[in-house]
Design a protein around this ligand. Sequence first.
Ligand code: PLP
Ligand code: TYF
Length: 391
Amino acid sequence: MFETVTPPEPDKIIRLMGMFAADPRPDKVDLGVGVYRSPDGRTPVMAAVKAAERGIWERQETKGYVSLSGDPGYLDAMRRLILGDAVPAARVAACGTPGGTGAVRQVLETVRRLRPEATVWISDPTWPNHPAIIDHLGQARRTYRYYDPETGGLDRDGMLADLAEAKAGDLILLHGCCHNPTGADLTRADWQAVADLCARTGAIPFVDTAYQGFGDGIEADAAGVRLLAATLPEVLIAASCSKNFGLYRERVGAVLIMTDAKAAADGVLAGMNRQNYAFPPDHGARVVQDILSDAGLEAQWRAELDEMRTVMQGNRAALAAALREATGSDRFGYLGAHRGMFSLIGARPEQVDILRETHGIYLVGDGRMNVAGLTPGVIPRVARALAEVLA
Ligand code: PLP
Ligand code: TYF
């Protein structure tokens, strides 16, 4: 069956992980894959997660199946975390998924089935799994302008001009916050403009939210998606708990769908889970549910998340300052304005190669940097290398 097959292009981010692991240089610096690191370079299990896991170990009496959509308590906790009280629970259908990627896949496959003629609009650039999954399913896609490399900010006019061509029923894929890979986010006014555009054209927003709490805080990072959800008839959400709960390998995600046809949508989502993997993973979802339903654990988790965000913002400020000193210019000042783990630093692929080969500094080929991979000790060296290679 496989003799004549050409395997698909490997994921460039995952390939970079392998290259980093194989590099014997002791002073190599991983600014590639999107994983949080504390100032001592670790990706720790959060203390609130450990506590919740201890409680599960002590109290869980069965590992029997739960339900095709996952535990209703988990789904309700995710709805409250992401949507607050922006929409009544009676308008939100949901299912658990293996990670945020699983949620993206379930939403897109649902659209493939129900709206095969729809075009999915993705930002240029976006997370590579978005076009990969859309193409795998055979759905049409188009890109909209998003990032202005001159300012390091959003190309608002380009975005709205391109999206004005969206047709009723098309999907507009947006990042809830902490845009991957650019680090440039929509302001409240930009979200409002997108909501107005969707209301006018009948296009449906599809919000991928994988970094809630990494930008400006839990509530602030959800403001955009809440605005859309409160004003539009139909909104699709794919959510991930990989980053904000540090549960990467447990695969915790969820689909939330705002609709007036909740019962039908719930049935479609459960059926989609059944066809693809039946029951979604439970352990990580239960950890999230237990944290969000216990005031003490939730407060502990929020404090840990605040600390992670503070570390990343500190790394941004320190790198921007070191680059100001190394280049004598404010060319990289936008790094401080970006949000989340990622920024595009404007490196061409051959410059990314030099940074990796000569300096042991690993960035994704498009020049994406994971600022969480910086530690105070390496920032001066990274700044000098960037100033030299990007001069
Ligand atoms: N969407 C975006 C934009 C991401 O960057 C990620 C990566 O974390 C995900 C979704 C989902 O990741 P996971 O499948 O690990 O939850
Ligand atoms: O963009 C990142 O680095 C994270 C992790 O296929 C990731 O979102 C990378 C590639 C992938 C799945 C997750």
